[in-house]
Design a binder for this molecule. Structure first.
Ligand code: GDP
Ligand code: MN
Length: 392
């Protein structure tokens, strides 16, 4: 789960990290008022959306008067900002963060991620801040400093010092950078974050200041972090994914027309590949998990049908813990209760497969059945092409 920049900054502030003074605004009038409250002669108006690279997309506007702040707010609020991270649909700007400007002497990069392979928190820093980490890794690989934290010991002072030296800092700035790095580490660990990025971390008038901050959290840990789940902003999420995650389904929205209902992430990936190989495009990834009840299968149909691009549905089950008869009952339930007005291809294999097939024959004769993954993908793509032909 992602949160907004201002929310991440509020978390950082609780651990002593320095940042420009700022305030939140939902309207142009409020934005101008915030600027007066903050004081000074210049402000940045920052679009709060779940994406980085807002600056290049026009979502960060420098203003020299409260009138300019109000008109920048007027321009941004209610618009969708398209960055290279949001996809072509962009993300709706419904709040702004107004900040005092600070003079920038040096721009640094500081990032914390969970290295799942090493099972450790990794810190990556660079003296070339301001550009994205992928760019830094490509253009300035020598500027990168890394450290990884032993989970039994926690991050050590000396590790933070090494990073500060690696960033080329000296004098009093070292201690300030160490406090910032250790503070960030504590925020990351205490709130079960999966990513924390400060880009840029700047040196300004003898201080180390977080100008920007992005954070993401481990969704599996949200149950024990109510203060973080509170920060969720559904307006920033793909509505199809919100619908599915609210119902405990593991779903990722894609751009194609073939809706997929599959058990197991591996089989789901293989099915997406097979659909593409046959010349189709999947509309989603959906893993119904193990031991799925008929109700859960019907719920999955509801989630897939949220997507108006879906023209064909493919159900692919290799039942081990699952039972084909339950899945078949779920398909019948979906047809009866949800309504499936499009070609539906079902491939069942494994536990109780004969019972499952019998249920479909008897109660859902319109279903196209397939025996193998390949047959199922071929049938789904053929059904899509014929649906497209008859629509044209
Ligand atoms: P992002 O584009 O989404 O990563 O948003 P940022 O918050 O990083 O802002 C983009 C850029 O705007 C930064 O890299 C800075 O160069 C610039 N910027 C943001 N705040 C200030 C500020 O207070 N003073 C100055 N001089 N530049 C700023
Ligand atoms: Mn940034």
């Amino acid at each position: 789960m992602d949160i907004h920049e201002y929310q991440a900054k509020e978390l950082l502030a609780t651990h002593g990290i320095r940042m420009p003074r700022g305030g939140l605004a939902y309207s142009p009038e409020q934005a101008a008022y915030r600027a007066t409250e903050i004081g000074g002669e210049a402000w940045v108006v920052k679009a709060q959306i779940h994406s980085g690279a807002r600056g290049k997309a026009g979502g960060i506007i420098l203003c020299k008067s409260d009138n300019e702040v109000a008109s920048a707010a007027e321009r941004l609020l209610g618009q969708k900002l398209v960055t290279h991270q949001t996809g072509p649909g962009g993300k709706l700007i419904n709040r702004l963060y107004i900040e005092e400007t600070v003079p920038i002497e040096r721009e640094l990069y500081l990032g914390f991620v969970l290295d799942r392979k090493e099972e450790r928190i990794m810190i990556v820093a660079s003296s070339s801040g301001g550009m994205e980490i992928e760019q830094i890794a490509e253009q300035e690989p020598d500027s990168l400093v890394r450290a990884s934290v032993d989970p039994g010991l926690g991050m050590q002072q000396f590790q933070a010092r090494e990073i500060a030296f690696g960033l080329g800092l000296d004098g009093a700035l070292i201690g300030k950078a160490v406090d910032t790095i250790l503070g960030c580490y504590r925020v990351f660990r205490d709130f079960d974050a999966s990513m924390l990025e400060i880009n840029p971390l700047v040196v300004s008038k003898g201080e180390v200041i977080a100008l920007d901050c992005k954070m993401s959290f481990d969704e599996n840990a949200l149950f024990r972090r109510p203060e973080i789940s509170e920060l969720r902003d559904k307006s920033q999420e793909d509505p199809r994914e919100t619908f599915a995650s609210d119902r405990g389904l593991s779903y990722v929205g894609l751009d194609g027309e073939i809706g997929c209902i599959i058990n197991g992430a591996g089989l789901a990936m293989a099915t997406l590949d097979m659909i593409k190989l046959e010349g189709g495009e999947p509309a989603n990834f959906l893993d119904i998990g193990g031991g799925a009840s008929p109700e859960r299968v019907a719920k999955s149909f509801r989630a897939v049908l949220q997507d108006k691009n879906v023209k064909v549905i493919l159900v692919n089950i290799f039942a081990g813990i699952n039972r084909c008869d339950w899945v078949a009952e779920g398909v019948v339930k979906a047809i009866e209760e949800v309504g499936v007005n499009m070609p539906l291809i079902v491939r069942l294999s494994g536990t109780k497969v004969d019972e499952g097939k019998a249920i479909l024959r008897e109660k859902a004769p319109s279903v196209i059945t397939a025996d193998t993954l390949k047959d199922a993908a071929v049938a789904a793509v053929a059904a899509l092409k014929s649906a497209q032909r008859s629509a044209a």
